[in-house]
Every structure is written in C-alpha cells, then in structure tokens.
Design a protein around this ligand. Structure first.
Ligand code: KG4
Ligand code: ZN
Length: 344
C-alpha cells in the first residue's frame, strides 16, 4: 500500500501529512497566525506568502518524520476548496508540481471532508452512517455522512449567517481578547460563571427550524450587553461574558447535533473543525451523548484545527476506494459547497 501525501493551505496553516491505509505516518504544520494578530483576522496576502515560504520545508519535515522518500509516495491529495483563494492557489500549485515531478496521481479534496476524515486517523474507520457536526471558522453544518470516499454528503443544516468559530472570533474582539478568539474565550471562560448571563439560544423556538444554526444574533446580544455595561460605567466581567457566551454556543451545537442523530437514526456523532477544540463543546457533547446512548467521536485537539494529515486521510480513502484521480487540471475553488469529499 503506497503513501498519500496531503497538503492543506486553505487559511493560515500550512499543513502536510502522510497517511497509509488509515494510519498517520508523519506530519508537519506551520502557522502564520502570529502575523495576523495585529490585524485581528487572517490577511489573505500574508497567509499566501507564508504558505510559499513554509510549504517545501513542511513537506521535507513530514517526509523525514515518516521516514519516507519520494519513491514511497503513491498519490498527492490537496485542499482545492473552500478557503482563501490566494492561500488555496499555493497548495494547489505545489501539489501539481509534486505530482508532476514524482509522476503520481493528484486528488483535489474538499476541506470540510478533511475535517471529518481527521477523526478516522485517531479512532479508526467511520461507521457506515454517522452525523458530523462541522464547526470551524468558516462553517457550521450538520451532515449525514456515509462512505466518505463514495457517497454524497447530505447537508442537514448550515448556519444561516456567521459560523460558530467566526462568532468566537468576533465576540473575543468585542470583549478585548486576542485573535484567534476561540482559544482566548476558552481560556478566559475557565475563570467565569457560565450561568452569569442568560444569552439567547438562537433558533431554538417552537417555530424555528429544529436543526438550524445562527450565530450573528448571539454575537449582537453580547455586544449590546457589553455596551450597556460600559454605558453604566461598570467594568465588563470578561470571564463571565466569555463563559456565558461559550455556554450558549455549546448548548445549541450539542443539543441540535444529538437531535440530528435521532432524526437520522444513527448512533455515532463526529464533532470536528476548529471549534471542536473548545473544552466546553467537548465536555457538553460527551455528557449529552452519554445520556442519549450516542457514541461520540472527537479528534484530538491537534487534528481538530486545520492540518495536512486530514487531507491525506481523505486521499487515502479515495485511493483505497479506487476513485479516479482528479488530475493536473484541478483548480482552487474558494466557495465550493461540500457535496463529495473529492473535488473534480
Ligand atoms: O477549522 P479551523 O482551524 O479553520 C477553518 O477551517 O475555519 O477553525 C478555526 C476556528 C477559529 O474561528 C477559531 O477561533 C476556532 O476555530 N477555535 C476555537 C477553539 N480553537 C479554535 N473555538 C472555540 N474554542 C477553541 N478552543
Ligand atoms: Zn478548517
């Protein structure tokens, strides 16, 4: 069985991973996050330049860790979308160069399928049917997942406005915590009371879509609460705001994910994407899945946020399923919706 080399450059992480037969052999990650902090968000041009600088060193590092040589690589998989166009182009161009130079097939991969596949590197093959809650900086979706390499992925719901990670990032900015907001809020919330402020649970009313997500109103509710506090001349209780906001997000995400499992009649929930690294999302998901008799699968923290191993994992599934390679014509597709793991 030959090794698949995966390349991920959709945002600010340059990720490379080597996977063979569902096993992660070696990986490397470089991040330009520090260069974006003073802008309060990812600057696409800066991210792209950082990918150019980091990509070849990451490939070398991942190959060295795996003890692999070019002749051991049987295929290349690359995130072709969605993501920042300038950032995606770097990974796609590099993947084509490696595929052409080494004479191996190239597979274009959907970034979100990569997030879902990350979990199999830790917990083994996914069951025949599962529900995936994908919660990242750009997406919040509940998906019915079958065989990732062969079946279409069915969207049960997608956020109608902000993604959960985006809400973490925006709320962090409102309460003066540094970018990226998710980890900052997670840390600040440890000192706070999650029941201090009753922030709204969006789209949980009787007439709302039962699996629907919306986080823009919650972010505005936090902003209004903080404004009122400041105009009254009271200090903003940052840990309480962080903990109460985090609780509202974790509550909505986990309750709807469990409902989705019930509606689909499946007993496995996979929670993936950057926000799956959140300590409260993880603990509440564990508690509620245990109560509902649902098996919860969450990848380890380092596989939750963007990385190359997850893209190699999808490539490995595609190779093993005998999928036709995408080929050297593959191009970056910044806004592509997840329908299939492979992008053609
Ligand atoms: O999946 P990811 O690395 O990149 C995208 O594909 O978007 O997700 C990044 C998002 C950011 O919004 C970041 O704030 C959030 O994941 N995030 C977290 C935590 N760690 C990262 N959100 C909440 N709690 C965390 N511990
Ligand atoms: Zn991601």
């Amino acid at each position: 069985m030959s090794i698949v080399l995966g390349i991920e450059t959709s945002c600010d992480e340059t990720g490379v991973g080597l996977v063979r037969d569902g096993v992660l052999l070696g990986d490397a990650l470089a991040s330009s996050m520090d260069e974006h902090v003073r802008f309060g968000g990812v600057v696409p041009e800066i991210a792209a330049r950082a990918h150019v600088a980091s990509l070849v060193p990451c490939v070398r590092e991942a190959m060295a860790k795996a003890g692999a040589k070019p002749e051991h690589i049987g295929a290349i998989a690359v995130t072709a979308g969605p993501g920042l166009a300038t950032a995606l182009h770097v990974g796609v161009a590099a993947a084509k160069a490696y595929a052409a130079a080494w004479g191996v097939p190239l597979y274009g991969v959907h970034h979100l399928a990569g997030h879902a596949a990350a979990d199999l590197l830790e917990h083994g093959a996914l069951p025949a049917r599962s529900v995936a809650l994908i919660v990242s900086g750009g997406h919040t979706s509940l998906l019915a997942v079958g065989d990732l390499a062969r079946d279409e992925v069915v969207h049960l719901s997608d956020t109608i406005d902000d993604a959960a990670g985006e809400a973490f990032d925006k709320v962090a900015r409102i309460i003066g915590l540094p970018y990226p907001g998710g980890p900052s809020i997670d840390r600040a919330a440890r000192e706070g009371d999650p029941n201090a402020i009753a922030f709204p649970r969006p789209l949980t009313g009787p007439r709302d879509p039962e699996l629907g997500f919306s986080f823009s109103g919650l972010k505005t509710a936090v902003a209004r609460w903080v404004e009122r506090c400041e105009s009254d001349g009271r200090p903003v209780p940052v840990p309480d705001v962080a903990a109460s906001f985090q609780e509202a997000v974790a509550d909505v995400l986990t309750s709807k994910a469990i409902l989705a499992c019930r509606r689909q009649g499946v007993d496995t929930l996979v929670v993936v994407g950057g926000v799956a690294a959140n300590s409260r999302v993880r603990s509440l998901a564990e508690q509620r899945c245990a109560e509902a008799g649902i098996t919860l699968r969450v990848p380890p923290m380092r596989l939750c946020t963007d990385n190359g191993a997850m893209i190699a994992a999808v490539g490995d599934l595609l190779v093993r399923a005998g999928a036709e390679p995408t080929g050297l014509h593959v191009s970056a597709r910044p806004s592509v919706v997840l329908e299939r793991a492979q992008l053609v």
